[in-house]
Design a protein. Structure first.
Length: 449
């Protein structure tokens, strides 16, 4: 049998990403949270009860492909409509054809790519046809639909969030591309799996980017006299850059770099912290992983010295989710600089660790009766809630009441520092402890005068 050349026109007439576009749900990669057995969207598709929907997710996760598959499964006419090149005139023409099809008993599934680019009037033009059932609208957007889609239209659509594909998803997709007759299955190609994973990491959740990169690497592979194409590390490096190949997200360098970032922030060194952040992001690290570590740092190392730090870190995580790379790099840089410059206190971390140690040793320690709720008559007979004092009813808004188990009476876990805003907490705690000590020395003294 004749070995086809890599450049045979019969197989390379269209880009690899187009040739491999899935036609069934079984071929679709990713989005298991929506399309797995028993999941909501899968049930809607299988039962042919498709509502109008908005697909919200980053580029290259399959929004257009999924809409096309749904149209095929539901035996509907599929109209692919671009918000970039279309206006009111085109909308009315499509709606008129859809209305005619409805009268003939034929469904129309209208897919609107980048629906957030339509203005209010253009979006409103869909409303009567969605309400009448002339069309099933599926809009795709990379922007938050709460802000970019009109409320009237959004209220008539179910929003499904499509996630960036994982490195495992993309690696599976690339392997399929090498074996599929629609991909490179007609060629003898040698490429190591770690190189496929490097391409998947470089693609950053975007299937189209991964397939385009693989196509570039194969096209530039070394073809020997037997028709075998070898894709080397050097070729992949040229296609994606050395940085991804030198960074293993599960290896030692991953942990070394996050350690360097954490310790630089702890040492109040914003320059070093931003450098290590850049090293991680430019090597292909998941920005949400970095963002999660910043959220932890905000409480572990800044804590009560600047309570706003946690809000800054959480906002950076949300911004990274909305923007993705490379746009979110500056969001993370802002958070890293803020956390580096913030006053530091690990009092919350230390308090929890010490309390955890005691809790693990005394898991069977009963809750004091005065802290229990007496929700039944029997509980009241057993003295549940006896001795409890409601702080809001007392003059000082505090009661001379022990809240720790007897074996831990007087134990202190939270020891505030004098750093930043925590100095106020330290002063307040000193006042509370003094007030309680006075009450302990004078049992007759109480605040419910």
């Amino acid at each position: 049998m004749e070995q086809l050349s890599l450049f045979d026109d019969r197989q390379t007439a269209s880009p690899l990403a187009d040739r491999l576009r899935p036609e069934t749900l079984e071929e679709f990669v990713g989005q298991r949270q929506l399309l797995g057995e028993g999941k909501v969207l899968r049930r809607l598709i299988d039962s042919d009860h498709i509502p109008s929907m908005i697909f919200w997710g980053p580029p290259g996760v399959g929004k257009t492909t999924l809409a096309s598959i749904i149209a095929g499964r539901t035996h509907a006419d599929f109209v692919n409509f671009s918000a970039v090149t279309s206006g009111i005139k085109e909308i009315k023409e499509v709606m008129a054809r859809a209305e005619q099809s409805r009268r003939m008993g034929r469904k129309t599934l209208l897919f609107v790519d980048e629906i957030h680019r339509f203005n209010k009037a253009q979006q409103d033009a869909f409303l009567p046809f969605v309400e009448r059932g002339s069309i099933t609208l599926i809009g795709a957007t990379t922007e938050n639909p709460s802000f970019e889609v009109n409320g009237a239209l959004l209220s008539r659509c179910k929003v499904f969030v499509l996630q960036a594909l994982s490195e495992d998803d993309l690696t599976e997709l690339l392997k399929r591309a090498l074996k599929s007759p629609k991909g490179f299955g007609y060629l003898d190609i040698a490429i190591e799996e770690d190189l496929l994973r490097a391409i998947g990491a470089f693609a950053n959740g975007d299937a189209r980017r991964a397939l385009n990169t693989l196509e570039m690497a194969v096209t530039n592979g070394d073809l020997d006299e037997n028709g075998k194409t070898t894709v080397t590390r050097e070729i992949v490096s040229q296609c994606i850059g050395d940085r991804t190949l030198l960074y293993d997200k599960k290896g030692e360098e991953h942990y070394n770099l996050i350690s360097a970032l954490h310790k630089s922030m702890r040492n109040s060194d914003p320059d070093a912290a931003v450098y290590w952040l850049a090293r991680m992001l430019e090597a292909g690290e998941d920005p949400l992983y970095v963002a999660r570590r910043l959220v932890r740092f905000a409480s572990e190392d800044v804590g009560m010295a600047d309570s706003r730090a946690l809000g800054v870190a959480v906002a950076a995580y949300q911004a990274s989710h909305f923007n993705g790379m490379p746009e979110c790099s500056v969001n993370l840089a802002q958070a890293v600089i803020y956390l580096s410059m913030a006053p530091k206190s690990n009092s919350a971390y230390v308090a929890y660790e010490e309390a955890k140690a005691d809790a693990l040793r005394q898991l069977a320690e009963p809750v004091p009766l005065n802290l229990r709720n007496a929700v039944t008559g029997l509980m009241k007979d057993l003295h549940y809630g006896e001795g409890y004092q409601y702080a809001h009813d007392l003059e000082d808004k505090m009661a001379h009441m022990e809240c720790l188990p007897p074996s831990l009476k007087g134990k202190r876990y939270y020891r505030p520092t004098r750093e930043g805003e925590e100095a106020e907490s330290a002063d307040r705690l000193a006042e509370i402890l003094h007030w309680k000590a006075e009450g302990a020395s004078d049992p007759g003294k109480n605040s419910d005068k």
